[in-house]
Each structure stands twice: as C-alpha cells, then as structure tokens.
Design a protein around this ligand. Sequence first.
Ligand SMILES: [Zn+2]
Ligand SMILES: [Zn+2]
Length: 401
Amino acid sequence: MWNTVGSFDANWLLQGLWGLLSVFMVEMVRDMYHVASHLWQPLIQLHNWHHKAYRKDFTLVSEELYRKAHFYNDVPESIVMMTTMAAVALLTPLWGFWLGLLYGAGFLVAALLRSQGLFHTSDLTHEPGPLKTLPGLWFVNRTYHWRHHFDETTAYYAGYFTLSDKIMGTALSLKGKTVAVTGASGTLGRALIKRLAAQGAKPIALSRSADAVIEGAVKVIPWRTGQEQELKDVLSRVNILVINHGINVHGERSADAIAKSLEINALSAWRLMEVFLETVDNRWGPATKELWINTSEAEVNPAFSPLYETSKRLLGDLITLRRQDTPCVIRKLILGPFKSNLNPVGVMSADWVAGAIVSLAKRDIRNIIVTINPITYVTFPIKETMQAIYFKLFSDSIKKS
Ligand SMILES: [Zn+2]
Ligand SMILES: [Zn+2]
C-alpha cells in the first residue's frame, strides 16, 4: 500500500519536473525559430511584420500591422513550438512534456485572438513608454527586448530566458557601437581596441598623447586624469565607456605614491564614471549605454603592491555602492596578471585577456573575471554579493526624478 502511494507521488513529482523542463525547452524552440526568422527568407518575410508593428517607444504603428504581425509571426511560431513538443512527448514516454505543448497552445490562442482584434492587452516585453529598468540578466524584460527591435536585430533573440543569447554570444551586440577606452595606449587598452573593432564597434582611444598610433581606433582623443568634466560632450555620444587607465607604484609607500595611486586609480576613475552616468538619458539610455571598469583582481586578492590594492579596492567599493542606483549596466573587469610593460612577468597575454573580456561581455556577464587564479572565481562573487547587500541595507536610495 505505502509503496504504491509512494511511487505514485514520486512519479507525479518526476513528471512535474519534466513538465517544467518542457516549458524551458519550448522557450528555447521559440528562440531558435526567432533566429531562423532572421536567416531564412520565407521566415524573414513573416517575421518582418512583427518588426514593422512597433514605433521606437513601442507604441503601435497601426492596429492593422499589429494584427498582421500576430497572424503571420506569432501564430506560426506557436504552432512550431507545439509541434516540436508534441514530437518530444510522443517519442519519449514522458507525458510531463505535454505541458510544453499546452504552454505553446496558450500562445497560439492569444495570437489568434490578437490577430482578430479580440484581445488587446499588450505583452510585457512590448509595453509602450520610456525604458526605466536595466536589461534583465536572466529573464527578458522590455529594455532587453527593445534592443532587438531598435539596437541590433541580429542579437537579443531571447523571448523569455536570456540563456539562449548567453550561449550564442548575442546577449550584447557591439556592432556599430561607439566605445571609448581610457588607458588606450597601454598594453590592455590596445588589445581591447583591436578586439572591439573586430566586433564591428567604433573604438575611440582616450590617451595622454594625441599622436599615439592605436590600431583599430577610429579616433584618438587626448586626455589626462583630472580632465574628466571636459569629456562630457564626447561621452554623451559614447555607447560604452571602458575605464581602463591605472598606475602601479609597486613597493613605494611615500605620500606622493599614495596621492598618485588614489588620484589615478580611484578618484579619476570614479569622477569619470559619474560624468558618464550623467549622460545616460532617461528614454533609451538603459538599453544603449554601458560602463565597463577595470578594477582588477586586486579587489579580492593580493597584487603584491599595497597601494595598487588599496586604490583598486576603493574604486571597486565605490562602483558596488553606485551600482545600487545605476541608470545603465556597469560591468566590473576583474583581471589577473597579464604580460604588459608594467608587468613583464604576467602569465596571460593581453590579447587573450581582451578576447575573453569581449566574449564574456557578449554573454552579458556583469562581473567579468579573467584570471588563472581559481580562488578569485570563488571569493569575488561572495565578496561582491555580501557587500552589495550590506551597502543596500546601510545606504539610502537616490530618488529618481
Ligand atoms: Zn518584439
Ligand atoms: Zn526579430
């Protein structure tokens, strides 16, 4: 008796899990169908109706286009989702998979009703109005999906779970983006600019010398620390700012060395961050702007240079604090030692590090760790999470106007 009841329950539980998995799978099918809808001509034609239906603020171009979009795009899409799940449920004895089919059927009904003008509620990812939140990290929200329509149609394919874009490296598109990089004539700055250019970005080099020759940069703008405010005009036209300049005084501990380390590594970077955040407009800013800051592995590990650690940790802490109210995504670059003029004994090559940074950013990783030290991969996320919670509890949020 007990056995029967026990196995009966366990079977339900198991099928329930398969059911949840089937919902996840059916969303992946939707995303693959979406990718195909941007590659294969017959599907491109059907899918185009969806792209034509919305204006830049997600208001409808016309009721007629909206209905056609649902009839020619959403209806076949949900039929493909249902058919795939029916095939999986039939080929496996796992009846939990029928839940995926049911889930797809829900979308089919909604699409049919919308195509006939019988159901008017817009779905969450296409609600009209300015963008108020950061792009979702694991789940697609309006800001995330807006970029598929108005930033780059060959990226941001995900419909519900962002995982498909993370796997394909389409969770951030660099194509056509203006990216300014400080410390551009340094080893990593140069490597990053080359990698960014290879992704179709338009890199601007911010460097102390105006006549520096930097491969891949569309422009070199002379700048030195202390002149952050002067960059405001330039930064208002920049999509992504990479704060990458820094100094390493190694074993020095004089007052002068302290002043230099704090000023260049922490205060100048913080001021530049604030100037850039002021340029994020409150309509499309959360979708079109990003800040990447190189705080280095010294945030959590020894760098055998006390003032480098002290100043980089201060910068790291200030970013964690400001991330609480940030109007755009702020990525930290947590890098281990790489071979450069400053560090001739580094193990990793700067080019490899730059390639890894770009690849992880395209997967929307917000704390980009690139190091050979396995401890950092454990300690950094713990430190960052705990500190963010602590800062949230003991600081007040900024009222947004
Ligand atoms: Zn859409
Ligand atoms: Zn599309």
